[in-house]
Ligand binder design. Structure first.
Ligand code: SAH
Length: 257
């Protein structure tokens, strides 16, 4: 009887220790989950970096883009931090991805190609029409001095503004508005990139392009195959338009005035 009491008290003590260890484990797990919930948007790991380098060699260099500035920018910008949480793992695939509100972040190759077409330089001032996630602006911002970008869907524009700010891209300014009219206040621009398809080249954008500047824009009807065009303005102000390749972009919307 005495022995059984002795063993019972030992067992209770041991259970206390087990219980304590269990609660410690639960508490630590809760803290870990909380931290990983708060911090993942800004994290860039070796795993993602590897995917990014592979993306550049297999999807971009393999398709004959050799501009080192463009390749380096594509290696540097953490594309997975510009897509919705559940798309992170497919961020480096060879395809566009949905970013909400029926819009998409372009396929990595198209981002690289359009950036390369502009032949951007370090002192350039650029304009983007169609901020979306802010990814294209981030890539271009690695090369040029300043980029102004306009987004027509307010929640997308605000989210992109917050994202580029948190990720430390100091030379990007986002505005919510109709990019069809460009951004008069900061014109003229050395490069203009339009990432939504228009059935014509918006005259205000041609006007806001600097002499010697370049604009990349998909031209064609919505929800059909469009033509990626390169618009070049000579030093004398003459316009030359080149048809680069068939593409598929979301339509350039218009605010009714
Ligand atoms: N460049 C973006 C992807 C663009 S998707 C990125 O890197 O993620 C095209 C974007 O153009 C969409 O977000 C769409 O809302 C925006 N857009 C469409 N019409 C517009 C307009 N008139 N002015 C500004 N943005 C427009």
């Amino acid at each position: 009887m005495l022995y059984s009491r002795y063993f019972a008290s030992k067992l209770i003590k041991a259970n206390h220790k087990l219980l304590f260890a269990f609660f410690l484990f639960v508490y630590a797990s809760l803290i870990f989950c909380h931290l990983s919930y708060c911090y993942p948007p800004h994290e860039d790991s070796q795993w993602y970096k590897k995917l990014r380098y592979k993306m550049v060699s297999q999807q971009i260099e393999a398709r004959d883009i050799y501009n080192q500035k463009v390749l380096q920018a594509m290696r540097d910008v953490p594309r997975h931090l510009f897509v919705p949480e559940r798309r992170k793992k497919s961020a480096y695939g060879d395809f566009p991805l949905p970013i909400g509100y029926g819009q998409t972040i372009s396929q990595p190759y198209i981002v690289a190609l359009m950036t390369d077409l502009l032949k951007p330089e370090k002192d350039d001032i650029a304009l983007e029409v169609g901020t979306g996630s802010g990814y294209q602006a981030a890539v271009l911002s690695k090369i040029v001095k300043k980029i102004y970008t306009v987004e027509i869907i307010a929640p997308l524009g605000k989210a992109a503004d917050k994202r580029v700010d948190e990720l430390g891209y100091k030379n990007i300014t986002v505005k919510v508005g109709d990019g069809y009219f460009g951004w008069e206040q900061y014109a003229p621009f050395d490069c203009i990139i339009v990432t939504a398809a228009s059935d014509h080249i918006p005259p205000p954008l041609v006007k806001q392009l600097k002499n010697g500047g370049k604009m990349a824009i998909p031209v064609g009807k919505p929800f059909q195959v469009q033509k990626l065009m390169l618009v070049e303005k000579s030093e004398k102000g003459e316009i030359r338009i080149k048809n680069i390749l068939p593409v598929r972009f979301v339509p350039l919307r218009r605010i009714q005035r």
